[in-house]
Ligand binder design. Structure first.
Ligand code: DGL
Length: 268
């Protein structure tokens, strides 16, 4: 069995952890939420890169065999450096603009992500590889992450803000919407309420976990698929709230796992 670190600025990466528990329940996990510093998306590239590296270094020192950077923003700003510094598989998350370009029928795709992700070189380099006949309507979801962090994913204020952010995408007639931040799958219900059932929502968590699975197979980690492993929830803000939110937001049955929670103090 492997010990897998899953890191995000907050509760967003729980959408990836949920999928990981579904596909790879037998492993042990440390979920690390840097909620004291969320949102990352409006911080400088330098800050995001340094903080993300420090947290991944911490996970590696805790004995993780692989780390999922379950945050589009941290992946965009820091993954190259993290891979250079750490000698374990590092799996990142990118907005699914490639699958969106393949699935759209009318060639109009909305991309909802953080400002840092949309402005990053990594995202723009990926965008440049896609067919010019596909139109991408990019929209920063400013203010959404703090609302999700405070447990308001289905709240009225969230719905109103989301409606404002989705307006240009709706006006352009997009038939596909990329959820380019790991917090946003928790807005699925609100998005459906606003945009209806016909729009295709692209969330890459399944593909990310498939990639994690391949990397673990490459490492030949022994495993047995019959048992459930453990999950340690760590937060830089409040581990009790993190655990409660995990129970509320995730569809996995956490009672099948050995669960614990811990406060992440100051990193050395
Ligand atoms: N969950 C994050 C992402 O995927 C970061 C959101 C934030 O902290 O701004 O981009």
């Amino acid at each position: 069995m492997a010990l897998i670190g899953v890191f995000d600025s907050g509760v967003g990466g729980l959408s990836i952890l949920d999928e990981a528990l579904d596909q790879l329940p037998e492993h042990d996990y440390i979920y690390l939420a840097d909620s004291a510093n969320a949102p990352y998306g409006e911080k400088s590239s330098e800050w995001i890169a340094a903080r993300s590296l420090a947290l991944c270094q911490y996970l590696a020192e805790e004995g993780c065999d692989a780390i999922v950077v379950a945050c589009n923003t941290a992946t965009a700003e820091a993954i190259k450096d993290i891979r250079q510094k750490l000698n374990i598989p590092i799996i990142g998350v990118e907005p699914g603009i490639k699958p969106a370009a393949m699935q759209t029928q009318n060639g109009i795709v909305g991309v909802l992500a953080t400002e840092a992700t949309l402005n990053s070189d990594k995202f723009n380099a990926l965008l440049a590889t896609l067919p010019a006949n596909c139109q991408f309507i990019k929209q920063a979801g400013a203010g959404l992450v703090p609302l999700i962090e405070s447990g308001e994913a289905d709240g009225e204020e969230t719905l109103e803000l989301l409606a404002k952010h989705l307006e240009p995408i709706q006006d352009a007639g997009a038939d596909t919407l990329v959820l380019g931040c790991t917090h946003y799958p928790f807005l699925r219900k609100a998005i459906r309420k606003l945009l209806g059932d016909s729009i295709t929502l692209i969330d890459t968590s399944e593909a990310v976990v498939r990639q994690l699975k391949r990397q673990l197979e490459d490492k030949e980690t022994a495993h047995s698929e019959d048992t459930c492993g453990s999950v340690l929830f760590m937060s830089s803000k409040d581990e009790v709230t993190l655990l409660r939110m995990a129970q509320e937001l995730m569809s996995s049955d956490l009672s099948a796992y050995a669960i614990s929670a811990k406060y992440l103090g100051d990193l050395q």
